[in-house]
Design a protein around this ligand. Structure first.
Ligand SMILES: [Zn+2]
Length: 475
C-alpha cells in the first residue's frame, strides 16, 4: 500500500470539463473544476501524482445503474429541442435546477468516466488514492435528475469497486444528504453509506437518523442529521467517533469519500461553518487505514473556496505541505483580498449543541450495535474491469502521458478559446434572489419525498436492487 511512506495518487481530469455551463445565474459552475486544476498545477503537485485524462463513460457504462429510457433522453436532449420534450422533462425531472444545457451528455460522460477510471485504477492496485473532482454528483437517481446531478458517478464508481471488494464504504460530507447513493444501495450490506448533512427544511429532505437501510441492507445506511453552523470541532468529534466504529466493524475493502465543499463556511447555498482544515480532516482520517480511497467532488457554490478546498485536499492525499500564500495562477484574482489557501470560520452560532452531538453519537452507536461485523458474500468470479480504462492502459497510456506531459499548456490553450464570458462576472456575490436555489425548491422536495416514501415498498426495492446487482455482477 505505501511506497516509502507515500500514497500513490492518481488524479483524473478532462480539460473540457470547465467549458460546460448550466444556465445564466445557476449556482453550479463546472468552471470550479478548472480553477481547482489550475491551483493544483500552480502548487506544483502534478509531479507527485499520475495525472490522467479519463476515457468518457459510454452509454453501456452508465446504464449499469441508470435506466435505458432516462439515458436515451439525456443523450438526445438539447436546449433547442427542449420545448418539444415536455412529458420527458417532467418524467426525468429536467427543470430549473437541472436544466438541459449544451453538451449535457458529454458533461455526464466526463464526470462518470473520471469516477469509473479512478475506481478501476484502485482495483488494479496501481494507486492507493484516486481523485476525480468532477465527480461526486450524489443526488442523481436511476431514472431522474435531481439537485444539479444527472448521472450518479458515485454509484457507478462503487459498482466498479464491488468487482474487487466485498464491502465498500461510502462517506458523504456534502452539506446535502447523499440520497441518490443511499437509495441505490439501501437494500444491500455490500455497501455501507454514511452521510453527514444538514437536515430539516433543506434539500433533498431525506436522511433522518431513523433511515438505516432495508432487508439485507438494514443497519448499513447511516444518517447523521445536523443543524446550521456546524463547526470544525463538532464535525470532527462526530465524524471520528462514528467512522472509527464503522471502520472497525465493517472493515471495508475500499472507501469512497464524497467531498462536497458546500459544507464550508460562507458557501452560497450552504449553512455550515467548516474551514478547509476541518473539511480535509476527513481525508486524513481515512489515510490512517490501509485501504484504497476514491476521492470525489460534489456540491460547492462559492467557487473560490471550492477550488481552495479541493486543491488543499489533493495536497493532503499526497502528504505534501503547501505554502499558505496562493501561488500565481490564471485565476488568481478570485482569491483576493487575502490570497491565502485557508479560510476563516464566521461568527455564526453552532446550533449543534454538545448535548445534541452526544445524543446523535449515542443513537448511531445503538444502530451500529446491530451490525454484523464484517459481513461476507458468497464467492463470485471477479467480473471484467472497466473496459474504457483497459483500452486506455493497453493502447493509449503512453500517448496520453506524452500529450499531458504539460497539461497546463493544453488547458490554457483550450480556455483561451472557450472560456465562458459570464463565468467571472457571474460571481459568488450574485443576487441570490434571482437563483434557482436548491433550498427554494420545496414543492419538488416534498413531492419527491412523498413519492420516495410511497415507492419504497418491498417489491419495488427488490426490483431495483436486483436490476443493479444483475447489471454490475453479470458483466
Ligand atoms: Zn450539496
Amino acid at each position: 500500500m505505501l511506497t516509502n511512506g507515500k500514497r500513490r495518487v492518481s488524479y483524473y481530469y478532462d480539460p473540457d470539463v470547465g467549458n460546460y455551463y448550466y444556465s445564466q445565474g445557476h449556482p453550479m459552475k463546472p468552471h470550479r473544476m478548472r480553477m481547482t486544476h489550475a491551483l493544483i498545477a500552480a502548487y506544483g503537485m502534478f509531479k507527485h501524482m499520475a495525472v490522467q485524462r479519463p476515457p468518457r463513460a459510454s452509454e453501456k457504462d452508465i446504464t449499469r445503474f441508470h435506466s435505458d429510457s432516462y439515458i436515451n433522453f439525456l443523450k438526445s436532449a438539447s436546449p433547442e429541442k427542449v420545448w418539444d420534450m415536455n412529458s420527458s422533462i417532467r418524467k426525468f425531472n429536467v427543470c430549473e435546477d437541472c436544466p438541459v444545457f449544451d453538451g449535457l451528455w458529454e458533461f455526464c460522460q466526463i464526470s462518470a468516466g473520471g469516477s469509473l477510471a479512478a475506481a478501476s485504477e484502485l482495483n488494479s492496485g496501481r494507486a492507493d488514492i484516486a481523485i476525480n473532482w468532477s465527480g461526486g454528483l450524489h443526488h442523481a437517481k436511476m431514472s431522474e435528475a435531481s439537485g444539479f446531478c444527472y448521472v450518479n458517478d458515485c454509484v457507478l464508481g462503487i459498482l466498479e469497486l464491488l468487482k474487487c471488494h466485498t464491502r465498500v464504504l461510502y462517506a458523504d460530507i456534502d452539506i446535502h444528504h447523499g440520497d441518490g447513493v443511499e437509495e441505490a444501495f439501501y437494500t444491500t450490506d455490500r455497501v455501507m453509506t454514511c452521510s453527514f448533512h444538514k437536515f430539516g427544511d433543506y434539500f433533498p429532505g431525506t436522511g433522518d437518523i431513523g433511515d438505516i437501510g432495508y432487508g439485507p441492507g438494514k443497519y448499513y445506511s447511516l444518517n447523521i442529521p445536523l443543524y446550521d453552523g456546524m463547526d470544525d470541532e463538532s464535525h470532527r468529534e462526530i465524524f471520528d467517533a462514528v467512522m472509527t466504529k464503522v471502520m472497525e466493524w465493517y472493515q471495508p475493502g475500499a472507501v469512497v469519500l464524497q467531498g462536497g465543499a458546500d459544507s464550508l463556511s460562507g458557501d452560497r447555498l450552504g449553512c455550515f461553518n467548516l474551514t478547509i482544515a476541518g473539511h480535509s480532516h476527513c481525508i486524513d482520517f481515512f489515510k490512517k487505514y490501509n485501504v484504497p480511497i476514491l476521492m470525489l467532488g460534489g456540491g460547492g457554490y462559492t467557487i473560490r473556496n471550492v477550488a481552495r478546498c479541493w486543491a488543499y485536499e489533493t495536497s493532503r492525499a499526497l502528504n505534501l505541505e503547501i505554502q499558505e500564500d496562493i501561488p500565481y495562477n490564471e485565476y488568481l484574482e478570485y482569491y483576493g483580498p487575502e490570497f491565502r489557501i485557508q479560510i476563516h470560520p464566521s461568527n455564526m452560532e453552532n446550533r449543534n449543541t454538545r448535548e445534541y452531538i452526544e445524543n446523535i453519537k449515542a443513537r448511531t452507536f445503538e444502530i451500529l450495535r446491530h451490525l454484523t461485523p464484517v459481513p461476507s458474500v458468497p464467492f463470485q468470479e471477479t467480473p471484467n474491469s472497466y473496459k474504457g480504462l483497459e483500452r486506455l492502459h493497453e493502447k493509449e497510456l503512453d500517448e496520453e502521458e506524452t500529450k499531458y506531459a504539460d497539461i497546463r499548456e493544453t488547458v490554457r490553450q483550450k480556455e483561451r478559446r472557450t472560456e465562458h464570458p459570464c463565468e467571472f462576472e457571474d460571481s459568488d456575490e450574485e443576487d441570490l434572489g434571482a437563483l434557482p436555489s436548491i433550498r427554494k425548491n420545496r414543492r419538488l422536495v416534498e413531492r419527491e419525498t412523498q413519492v420516495m416514501e410511497k415507492d419504497r415498498t418491498e417489491r419495488e426495492i427488490e426490483q431495483s436492487h436486483s436490476k443493479m446487482e444483475a447489471k454490475s455482477l453479470a458483466e
